[in-house]
Ligand binder design. Structure first.
Ligand code: CP
Ligand code: NVA
Length: 307
């Protein structure tokens, strides 16, 4: 019998009102106005089947600031890497910890973990989605574009990858305009696009980056080859050659547009150095916001904080 708990596998696991409350809680945390330690005596297991800098450190530090502990588990250290089933790992971890964060390849593994573990499971990136990152990105939009996100025109340039899928879901849930420019053959997941269309979201898939950035107040992109696609790097460099966010493209967005990138970035590929290191870039605030939004998520899922 499962104890009542919530998972965060995708943005749609929260309602629109809950997402707004989550942003407000994260903003209080960023401002230093939240001093509770709702994770006192609690532990988060962090399973990383792929590399990470930001996700690992922000969850570790975030859990500690909320009074809890975080435990880093890599495939070299855990039996999951030697073939122990996800469901067995989930059952065991749930006897020790009060939450599990997982970064892995197959989204279905995270769904299986969530279905089996008797504690909240948080998606720290799969091949399909990266919801913690996109909530941090929307938090950055609120920080730099007047405190709200509704109606903001956002342009996604490049691969229709895990980030693009979560942007589509965020646009659907949170009511901003999203224009994605992806080369043919590199479209976002059709189910995410279909859900957004069925919900009447203002989301369009385009082929020309110039059409996507026209009037945008947020321009964002990501690597051309994600983790696990390293052997496709050469083919992808060719396919994405006209999809670099450079100063010429940024000049076609709104004059007050900000540039976002989840990082790590490849300067000279998906973004030019003058854009990511230039005055419109907010990538360091974006990285910082991972800490605040994930603390809000942990406080709610593991710490009993109400939305
Ligand atoms: N943006 C992001 O998730 O970074 P890491 O891969 O370093 O965790
Ligand atoms: N799309 C990238 C995001 C990294 C944070 C990847 O999956 O590798």
């Amino acid at each position: 019998m499962s104890a009542p708990h919530r998972d965060f596998l995708d943005i749609r696991d929260f309602s629109r009102d809950e997402l707004v409350s989550l942003f407000v809680l994260a903003e209080r945390m960023r401002a230093g106005e939240y001093t509770a330690r709702p994770l006192t005596g609690k532990a988060l297991a962090m399973i990383f089947m792929k590399s990470s800098t930001r996700t690992r450190v922000s969850f570790e530090v975030g859990a500690s600031q909320l009074g809890g502990t975080a435990h880093f588990l890599s495939p070299r250290d855990v039996q999951l890497g030697r073939g122990e089933p996800v469901s067995d790992t989930a059952r065991v971890l749930a006897r020790y910890v009060q939450g599990i964060m997982i970064r892995t390849f197959a989204h279905s593994d995270v769904e299986l973990l969530a279905a089996t573990a008797d504690v909240p499971v948080i998606n720290g990136l799969t091949d399909l989605s990266h919801p913690c990152q996109i909530l941090a990105d929307v938090l950055t939009i609120r920080q730099h574009l007047g405190g709200a996100h509704e109606g903001v025109p956002v342009a996604w340039i490049g691969d229709g990858n895990n980030m693009a899928n979560s942007w589509i879901e965020a646009a659907q849930l949170l009511g901003f305009r999203l224009r994605l420019a992806c080369p043919e053959g590199y479209d976002p997941d059709p189910a995410f696009l279909a859900r957004a269309r069925d919900a009447g979201a203002d989301v369009q898939l385009l082929r020309d980056p110039r059409d996507a950035v026209a009037g945008a107040r947020v321009v964002t992109t990501d690597v051309w080859a994600s983790m696990g696609q390293e052997e496709e790097q050469a083919a992808r460099i060719a396919a994405f050659a006209h999809f670099q966010v450079d100063a010429t493209l940024m000049a076609q967005a709104s004059p007050d547009a900000i540039f976002l990138h989840c990082l790590p970035a490849h300067r000279g590929e998906e973004v030019s150095a003058d854009v990511i290191d230039g005055p419109q870039s907010r990538v360091w605030d974006e990285a910082e916001n991972r800490l605040h939004i994930q603390k809000a998520i942990m406080a709610v899922l593991m710490g009993g904080e109400r939305l």
